[in-house]
Design a protein around this ligand. Sequence first.
Ligand code: F6P
Length: 527
Amino acid sequence: MATWKNLDTLASFDKLCSLKNHVDIAAALSGEEGGKRVADYSTPMAAGLNYNYAAKEVDETVLSALAQLADEAQLIDKFEELYNGAVINTGENRMVLHHLARRQLGNPVVVDGVDKREFYVAQQKKAADFANKVHAGEITNEAGEKFTTVVQIGIGGSDLGPRALYIALENWAKANNTFKMEARFISNVDPDDAAAVLASVDLAHSLFIVVSKSGTTLETLTNEAFVKDALTKAGLNPSKHMLAVTSETSPLAKSEDYLTAIFMDDYIGGRYSSVSAVGGAILSLAFGPEVFAQLLDGAAAEDQLATNRDLMKNPDMLDALIGIYERNVQGYPSTAVLPYSQALSRFPAHLQQCDMESNGKTVNRFSEPVSYVTGPVIFGEPGTNGQHSFYQLLHQGSDIIPLQFIGFKKSQLGVDVDIENSTSQQKLCANVAAQIIAFACGKEDENLNKNFKGKRPSSIIIGDELTPASLGALLAHFENKIMFQGFVWNLNSFDQEGVQLGKVLAKRVLAHNTDGALKVFSDLLNI
Ligand SMILES: O=P(O)(O)OC[C@H]1O[C@](O)(CO)[C@@H](O)[C@@H]1O
């Protein structure tokens, strides 16, 4: 069994700390040697992606120290224990099984006589069969007409991942003739969210998926009631328009009010659940089950790479450890995720939850305080839009913020125009290449207002095209990166106690059970 220790008790961490400011990336990227470095500092990911870290502040010495840290922290042993069913989520006393939703990575995991891989596959099949019947017109509205739109009602992990993946593949599916149904999402308890979505869809031809693992989330239950009210007012029977994705033990599972219920379980955390029925139902309805299966295959292939003990052949662990060096040695507070792909416009928002809900913690997995910094602030927007927004601070601001670029050689739709000797896709890619060098190397100017200090590290994941498989690989890469970082920090990355207090206080406000400052704020907001 692996031993769980705080980062600052590891000898290899001391070694790493002695390498602060060890590499000058501007120098490392200059001249012919710089070109060689760009070609060499790259490791293959699944589905044709490549992780390039030439513009990160690492060299052979830092990489070797990171490999020692990976060994001493027993990162691969811990991953093996995780996918073989150890209770890694100590806070909730649960296993962590989202990898099993894509492939059997290790030994069978059996709970109460149920093989969990078989359970996840059975639920995927249930979602696929349901989707196929909707597409074939075997499941219709009460008038016998086909459903044309699917609306997901859920929040947090029951919204962000599925929404990001849907947006990522919408154009690809249209270009590849696999687009089946328009999807929409209702998440916020702000009534304007549900009202606007409902006003934009044809209710009579809309299916609603209520997605909540717990079946108790205030926003989701409120929005479900909101939608039921709208359906009833339109003379439609809500139970003929709704299905549920939930856990078998949740209150939703007991309801008769749905066309069907598809299950997940407590061993897949909300923010890791897009590969379960939480994402599977809506993506299978929108694009067909085969597309969802391709996404799972891409994720499974990336997971396989994440089992490699050789750091240089394990892009997920390498990315994680470079992030540890940046956070705990270089002292950088934040990380920006910058996809040069409009299709990935909601991917940073998904990673915000995935990363910050997982590693935004100050006690270790034994509930003891840690005395080092943990998860960075994650934010991002697609390029080139971000360049005209917050890049000023990234280039010349007082904090150095490491950057994670993502770029593709080809667009999804393939519709483009040549203006001034380059296509729009070439302009997009030219910008990301330029930004990497601008951030790393900077530019001297006597006028300090125009001076760029450089030394701002970045990595880039490069692929041919954003497809279901490469999207699955990308998703798994970041999930695994977050997992490895949680292991290094000795955190439990799989619970989220920090979200509870606000929920409890909101209930008190709604029950008018407040005093002091909370009462005054409640009065100011007219509750
Ligand atoms: O799927 P559920 O149980 O409705 O939970 C939704 C989200 O709420 C959270 O618990 C945070 O409040 C997330 O972790 C989760 O993804």
